[in-house]
Write a protein that binds this ligand. Structure first.
Ligand SMILES: C[S@@+](CC[C@H](N)C(=O)[O-])C[C@H]1O[C@@H](n2cnc3c(N)ncnc32)[C@H](O)[C@@H]1O
Length: 167
């Protein structure tokens, strides 16, 4: 699997995503779901640059982040000095202790491109989730996305962030 977020790409990703994702809104949505199912411990797979991590940690959640990109982990760790971030692959990972909730957001499931990737990921998740635990994940909604790409031949995303504009 290629790592798309090496070195400076991780910092650019971090800048762009903060421009178009409302992490406060995301945190409230996912945290409410986790609380509804009495989740006390959370693993975020594809924790990226640690924007959700920051909010979980601020709420004193027992939180672990896991990501395939060491550059992303470095940014997340810098942002969350006391956070626990593991370098690993969602298709094959083993935590010391299973958790109550596993969360995959920001369309990180899009990186699973074969049936084998998907099966391996779900097996790993199953092994690392407590009985009655909760798995929460998002994905790209093709029904919304594909009509949009048909109407617009060129899709340009502009993300101003800290005196720079990213395209
Ligand atoms: C689009 S980013 C989303 C990050 C974060 N969830 C957010 O919303 O800001 C996808 C993340 O998934 C990670 N990733 C991709 N494949 C992975 C894998 N096989 N195992 C763990 N993480 C993976 C990438 O390194 C990247 O940090």
């Amino acid at each position: 699997m290629a790592n798309l977020y090496n070195g400076k790409m991780a910092a650019i990703y971090d800048a762009m995503y903060q421009n178009f994702i409302d992490y406060d809104e995301e945190f409230n949505f996912y945290n409410n779901l986790i609380q509804d199912y009495h989740g006390k411990t959370v693993l975020e797979i594809g924790s990226g640059s640690g924007n959700l991590s920051k909010r979980f940690l601020a709420h004193n959640t027992t939180y672990i982040g896991l990501d395939y990109s060491e550059s992303m982990i470095a940014i997340a760790q810098e942002r969350n000095k006391k956070g626990i971030f593991l370098h690993g692959d969602m298709r094959d990972f083993k935590l010391e202790q299973p958790v109550d909730s596993i969360l995959i957001t920001g369309r990180s499931t899009s990186y699973l491109i074969t049936n084998e990737d998907l099966n391996n990921t779900f097996q790993s998740i199953y092994k690392n989730l407590n009985e009655e635990g909760t798995l929460i994940f998002d994905f790209i909604d093709a029904n919304r996305f594909i009509p949009f790409t048909k109407d617009d031949e060129a899709i340009l995303h502009e993300a101003p962030f800290e005196d720079l504009i990213y395209f």
